[in-house]
Design a protein around this ligand. Structure first.
Ligand SMILES: NC(=O)c1ccc[n+]([C@@H]2O[C@H](COP(=O)([O-])OP(=O)(O)OC[C@H]3O[C@@H](n4cnc5c(N)ncnc54)[C@H](O)[C@@H]3O)[C@@H](O)[C@H]2O)c1
Length: 268
């Protein structure tokens, strides 16, 4: 029987007090994992997520850290190890946008997006891999030594005018993820990316909060609905579980068909 259970495993999800990260943290908890709910602001929202995880009988703790700050990331992982002992699953979810036309983009807008969306994934993955290598495989818990899931986007392959900093960060995540999968595959660490299309969360409220915006968005989505955080959580649980044990180095697009370019259905 294929196992989606994460019983006894320890997971850390960055940016887990909102949107996609929240749904993933709850999904991992529902599948049996003990979960660290990382947040940077709004501990009350993080606490609510932790309570939902505990309702499934899993352990949960909240941990404040700006993922782009090396000292804060290191102390978050230490806090996790003192509560849960180790890490089996890292979900590098935290991310943000600072949109501007390229010729008007400030160095602060550029640096903020690169430091959270790319350097943040580096800092967290490095800590997780150090611990996974130290500990090695625990076959009673999982076939893999560790699982790292990188949150990318359809914009790792779809160019995005007005969002050059964001698209650059997600394009970089593809090589980050694949190079890690190549470097650590023989030690049993699986590394994959999730590439969502349009998911209904606060990050893209402008794209779905009016009927006109939503109608325009639908012209990009063959399946004709906006994605929900739960859609992404379902894939994250699969990628964290032994059901996906032969998947590593993959960018998994989950986008209602956005990457089949609906604009070409009657054009081109
Ligand atoms: N919503 C979408 O349509 C969509 C599509 C593709 C990719 N994504 C990606 O999914 C991820 C989650 O986005 P979301 O849609 O849930 O948006 P969101 O704004 O609801 O969540 C982003 C989370 O990241 C956290 N965060 C931001 N900066 C941080 C920092 N320095 N340290 C720690 N946490 C920080 C936020 O506090 C929040 O919890 C992002 O990486 C985003 O790029 C989202």
């Amino acid at each position: 029987m294929i196992s989606y259970s994460l019983k006894g495993q320890s997971a850390l999800v960055t940016g887990a007090n909102s949107g996609i990260g929240e749904a993933i943290a709850i999904g991992l908890g529902e599948a049996g994992a003990n979960v660290v709910v990382n947040y940077v602001v709004d501990p009350e929202a993080a606490e609510k997520v932790a309570e939902k995880i505990k309702a499934f009988g899993s352990k949960a703790m909240i941990a404040q850290a700006d993922v782009s700050n090396e000292t804060e990331v290191k102390s978050m992982f230490q806090k996790m190890y003192s509560e849960f002992g180790t890490i089996d699953i890292l979900v590098n979810n935290a991310g943000l946008q600072r949109d501007a036309h390229f010729h008007e983009m400030t160095i602060d807008q550029w640096n903020k997006v690169i430091s959270v969306n790319l350097t943040g994934q580096f800092l967290c993955a490095r800590e997780a891999i150090i611990e996974m290598l130290r500990r090695g495989r625990v076959p009673e818990r999982s076939m893999a030594c560790g699982k790292i899931i990188c949150m990318s986007s359809v914009h790792e392959i779809i160019p995005w005018a007005g969002h050059v900093n964001y698209a650059s960060s997600k394009g970089a995540i593809r090589m980050f993820m694949q190079s890690l999968a190549q470097e650590y595959g023989d030690r049993g660490i699986r590394v994959n990316s999730i590439c969502p299309g349009a998911i209904q969360t606060p990050i893209n409220k402008a794209a779905w909060s009016t009927p006109q915006a939503l109608a325009s968005l639908m012209t990009l989505i063959p399946y004709n609905r906006i994605g929900q955080p739960q859609d992404i959580a379902n894939l994250a649980v699969f990628l964290a579980s032994d059901a996906s044990d032969y998947i590593t180095g993959a960018s998994m697009f989950i986008d209602g068909g956005m990457t089949v370019f609906e604009g070409f259905a009657e054009g081109g």
